[in-house]
Design a protein around this ligand. Structure first.
Ligand code: ADP
Ligand code: ADP
Ligand code: MG
Length: 445
């Protein structure tokens, strides 16, 4: 059994993991950069270690420093959270070489799924439908041929991309060459990897994803879907589970497809298989994330399970004593991501939080990494917290989240709370069935 975990992350997700470690009587070691010296996510950790630096490269991406801290503090395991080193197969190998358990899949699974184009190919091999598109395209001539064949609009995607970064919609052949050159350059800068592929751009789709857990004994659990179509810049802002756009038949198909892929590649631990679903309820594999997902709390809220605890148990070699029939959905859950950003244009708004007061309530959960006098620096993701509410039905969950947003007090910086209030209270959201163009449609009204 794992007795001591180092968390190689920061902010709300570090606080979230520490909470479960404390509950399980596992000691927690939190690392922090110079920029995070006074950060509140460190408060509940048993031990904290300064790894210095400000930028991610100098701190939460510096695998040598992180592994050295874990070894010198006698940790058995590392939990990577999401982002940073969570989907880095070399880091997984370095952990193993240092005698540390990586709480996540093995390096080979990350290699198969972490690269988006390779994951697409793997999904095809296991019979999952993928969006019509290409393999890696290298030259302007090659991409022109591919896109003329697919028909416009198309979406260029960095194979190493994630978090909505590295995608570019192209509406016609005239703008293709320049978009291609800019996307490859941008991918090089952001990910150190120029490789780009193309997908047909689907109109008005839904982003629907399936959470999965699989243990070392072959035990598999596929959860009910999460609806993540409320996005800006291809990144999620509001998520819910279940989805108003998924009927029982589609749900079963999505769970089966996700399960087939995860079993097929022999994947162990938590994963999320993302799908895009079109107007005719046809679904296509998008990508698989080999880590805990930002929006995992909505799944926890409808099942009552602790996914971090289950990740730790799986990594310790335990057999999951859960079966599919224990996954009731008697509840509806919503999550709103609270970002330090301008609520109109969604630009990051760094600075110091002068007043911070969280809402509370029986069916309200706040996962946060900041408090009063917390600093939102430009170095990291501007996510302040996640607000999760639930209820016996969707209306109740909506009622709780609107009330909680009203009671959320953050001063000193701009936040997207006014946007979240407007979005969730809108007839468009209340009616359900919204697609990934939700924000544009909301603004057009
Ligand atoms: P999720 O996929 O869990 O719903 P996001 O898409 O918002 O959430 O991504 C989670 C976090 O991981 C964000 O902080 C995002 O910037 C980061 N991230 C995801 N993939 C990558 C990547 N390939 N490179 C760098 N950062 C990434
Ligand atoms: P990331 O790795 O950044 O999470 P994804 O491939 O998961 O990128 O796509 C993120 C979002 O971009 C999707 O949720 C969806 O809104 C949009 N998107 C991705 N592929 C397509 C597509 N082929 N057509 C239309 N929208 C897409
Ligand atoms: Mg994605």
């Amino acid at each position: 059994m794992i007795r001591s975990i180092l968390i190689s992350n920061r902010g709300e997700i570090a606080a979230r993991i520490i909470k479960t470690a404390n509950k399980m009587n596992i000691s927690s070691v939190a690392v922090y950069s110079d920029a995070d010296k006074a950060a509140s996510f460190l408060q509940k950790a048993d031990e904290t270690v300064c790894i210095g630096g400000n930028t991610p490269l100098e701190s939460y991406l510096d695998s040598a420093k992180i592994i050295a801290a874990a070894v010198s503090h006698g940790c058995d395991a590392i939990h990577p959270g999401y982002g940073f080193l969570a989907e880095n197969s070399v880091f997984v190998e370095q952990c193993r070489e240092a005698g540390l358990i990586f709480i996540g899949p093995d390096a080979e699974s990350i290699r198969l799924m972490g690269d988006k184009e390779r994951a697409r190919q793997t999904a095809q091999e296991f019979g999952l439908p993928t969006v019509p598109g290409s393999g890696i395209v290298k030259t302007p001539e090659e991409i022109r041929t591919v896109c003329d064949h697919l028909g416009y609009p198309v979406l260029l995607k960095a194979s190493a991309g994630g978090g909505g970064i590295g995608m570019r919609k192209v509406d016609n052949a005239e703008s293709l060459a320049q978009a291609f050159s800019e996307t490859t350059d941008r991918a090089e800068v952001a990910f150190g990897d120029r490789r780009v592929y193309v997908e047909k751009y689907l109109e008005e789709p839904h982003h629907i994803e399936i959470q999965i857990l699989r243990d070392k004994h072959g035990g598999l659990l596929t959860f009910y879907e999460r609806e993540c179509s409320v996005q800006r810049r291809y990144q999620k802002v509001i998520e819910e589970s279940p989805s108003t756009s998924v009927n029982p038949e589609l749900r079963q198909q999505l769970r089966d497809a996700a399960g087939m892929l995860i079993e097929g590649i022999g994947y162990i631990n938590a994963a999320t298989v993302e799908f895009i679903v079109d107007r005719e309820h046809k679904f296509y594999f998008l990508e698989a994330n080999t880590r805990l997902q930002v929006e995992h709390p909505v799944t926890e809220a409808i099942t009552g399970l602790d996914l971090v605890e289950l990740q730790i148990r799986i990594a310790s070699g335990e057999k999951l004593s859960l079966d599919e029939s224990t996954l009731p959905i008697k509840r509806w859950a919503l999550e709103a991501r609270i970002y330090a950003e301008d609520p109109h244009r969604f630009y990051p708004s760094p600075g110091m939080i002068t007043v911070y007061r969280e809402p509370d309530g029986e069916k309200v959960r706040v996962d946060s990494g900041y408090s009063t006098r917390g600093m939102l620096t430009p170095y990291y993701d501007p996510l302040i917290a996640k607000l999760i509410t639930w209820g016996n039905d969707r209306d109740e969950a909506i009622c709780h989240i609107l009330q909680a947003l009203d009671n959320y007090q953050i001063e000193g910086i701009k936040t997207n709370i006014p946007f979240l209030q407007e979005a969730i209270a809108s007839p468009l959201f209340r009616a359900g069935g919204y697609d990934t163009h939700f924000v544009e449609k909301l603004r057009a009204n």
